[in-house]
Design a protein around this ligand. Structure first.
Ligand SMILES: Nc1ncnc2c1ncn2[C@@H]1O[C@H](COP(=O)(O)OP(=O)(O)O)[C@@H](O)[C@H]1O
Ligand SMILES: [Mg+2]
Length: 371
C-alpha cells in the first residue's frame, strides 16, 4: 500500500496544500512551528479517524475558517482508494471512501494503516499505564476490526456497572441487576484480554529480537502483559478467575464505587536486563526500547494485514544517536516513510542510497524540490 498524494484544505495552519509522495522515502524539512506535525496529523487522521494530539476536532480547522478537508489517494493491491475527511465547525466529521460516506468513522480503520513515531512516544515507557493501554489499543484496533467495538462496549459496561456499585444499597433489586453486569464485564473483558495477550506476545517476539540487534546482543529487552485477573491463557479459565476476583472483592468494589478488576487496569511491563525500564533504564536504553517497540509494530501490522503500514517519523531523528539512527534508516527500506526534520544534513548522508523526495514546509505551504 502506497500513499500517492495528499491534498489538505484549511487544516490547522495550511490553507491549501498538496503533495505527491514518493513510494519510498519522503522528507519534509521546516523550521519549528511551520506545520510539520500538522501535516503528519492530517495523514494520521486519514488513517485512524482522529488526532494523536490533545485537541478537539474544531481546533483542527484553520482558525479563520469553518470547514476543512483532508484527501489522501492510496494505491492498494493495484486498486485506487481515495479517503476523504471533512471537518466542519461544531458538526460531526464525515468520512468518505471513494466518494461513499461511511456510517461510522471506525469503518475506515484498516484501509490505511500507519505507525507513527514522535518524541512524545517516550511516554509509552515513562508514563502511566493509560499511555501503554492507549498504545496497544490503537495498534490492535488497526488489525482487528472487532477490537475497537469491544473496547467501546467495555467502556460503557464499566461506567454503568460503576453507577450501580455506587448506588448498590439504594434499591433491593440491585442485587439481581449486578449479576447481569458482572456477566457483561467478564464476557467482554475476557475477549479484550485475549486480544491483548495475543498482541503482546507478538510484540514481545519482534521487539526483543530488534532490541538485541540494536545493542549487538549486549542487552536484553523483555515485555510482559500485566493483568490483575492473572495470566491470560484459555478463555474459560480467564472467565473463571475473573468471576472469582469480582466475587471475592465485591465489598471493596461497593465501598469504592468502581470496578476494580479487568482490562481497564492492564499494563505492559517493559524490562531491560531484568530491571523495569521505566524506573531503571537510562535515557539511551529507553529510546532504544521505544524504537524496538515501533519497529515491532510495523512487523506485526505486516504479518496481520499482509502489507507494510506507512511509517510517520515526526521529528524523532534528532533524538536518536547515530547508531540508532542508522539502524532505523536501514530498517525502513521497502516501507513508505514520511520523515519530518528541521535540518536535513545528517539525514542526507544516511539516506544517500534511497530513492527519495524532499519537500520544504514554510508557514503552512509545501514546496518540493527535484533531486
Ligand atoms: N487550527 C489552527 N489554525 C491555524 N493555525 C494553527 C491551528 N492549530 C495550530 N496552528 C499553528 O500551527 C503551528 C504549529 O505547527 P506544527 O505542525 O506543530 O509545527 P512544527 O513544524 O514545529 O511541527 C503553530 O504556529 C500553530 O499556531
Ligand atoms: Mg512538530
Amino acid at each position: 500500500m502506497i500513499v500517492n498524494k495528499l491534498i489538505i484544505k484549511n487544516y490547522r495552519n495550511f490553507k491549501e496544500a498538496e503533495a505527491e509522495l514518493n513510494s519510498s522515502l519522503n522528507i519534509f524539512i521546516g523550521d519549528n512551528g511551520q506545520g510539520k506535525t500538522n501535516l503528519m496529523e492530517s495523514i494520521y487522521i486519514a488513517s485512524i479517524g482522529r488526532t494523536f494530539r490533545l485537541n478537539s476536532e474544531n481546533e483542527l480547522i484553520n482558525f479563520f475558517e469553518d470547514k476543512s478537508s483532508v484527501e489522501i489517494h492510496i494505491l492498494k493491491n493495484n486498486y485506487k482508494i481515495k479517503i476523504e475527511i471533512i471537518l466542519e465547525k461544531n458538526k460531526k466529521k464525515q468520512v468518505f471512501i471513494n466518494g461513499v460516506k461511511l456510517d461510522k468513522t471506525s469503518e475506515m480503520i484498516g484501509v490505511l494503516n500507519n505507525v507513527i513515531f514522535t518524541p512524545d512516544d517516550m511516554k509509552i515507557i515513562k508514563g502511566s499505564p493509560v499511555e501503554r493501554r492507549k498504545f496497544i489499543n490503537i495498534d490492535i484496533s488497526q488489525i482487528k476490526p472487532k477490537y475497537k467495538y469491544l473496547l467501546n462496549k467495555y467502556k460503557k459496561i464499566t461506567s454503568e456497572r460503576n453507577i450501580l456499585l455506587k448506588n448498590y444499597y439504594t434499591k433491593y433489586e440491585n442485587k439481581d441487576i449486578i449479576s447481569i453486569w458482572n456477566d457483561y464485564l467478564v464476557n467482554t473483558g475476557t475477549e479484550i484480554s485475549l486480544y491483548r495477550s495475543e498482541y503482546i506476545n507478538k510484540l514481545k517476539k519482534y521487539a526483543t529480537n530488534i532490541y538485541s540487534n540494536i545493542t549487538d546482543n549486549k542487552e536484553k529487552l523483555d515485555i510482559a502483559y500485566f493483568s490483575n485477573i492473572g495470566s491470560i491463557t484459555d478463555r474459560e479459565e480467564v472467565k473463571k478467575i475473573f468471576y472469582e476476583k469480582i466475587n471475592k472483592n465485591f465489598n471493596n468494589e461497593i465501598l469504592r464505587g468502581i470496578s476494580l478488576y479487568g482490562p481497564h487496569k492492564d499494563d505492559l511491563i517493559i524490562k531491560i536486563n531484568d530491571k523495569e525500564c521505566k524506573y531503571f533504564g537510562s535515557q539511551g536504553q529507553q529510546r532504544s526500547a521505544i524504537l524496538a517497540l515501533k519497529l515491532a509494530e510495523i512487523e506485526i501490522i505486516k504479518e496481520e494485514a499482509g502489507e507494510y503500514p506507512i511509517l510517520l517519523l515526526d521529528d524523532v531523528l534528532s533524538e536518536l544517536d547515530n547508531k540508532r539512527k542508522s539502524y532505523l534508516i536501514e530498517h525502513i527500506k521497502g516501507i513508505q516513510t514520511i520523515i519530518t526534520c528541521t535540518d536535513d544534513h545528517e539525514l542526507n548522508i544516511l539516506t544517500k542510497d534511497f530513492n527519495k523526495k524532499i519537500f520544504y514546509i514554510n508557514e503552512g505551504r509545501i514546496s518540493s524540490i527535484l533531486n
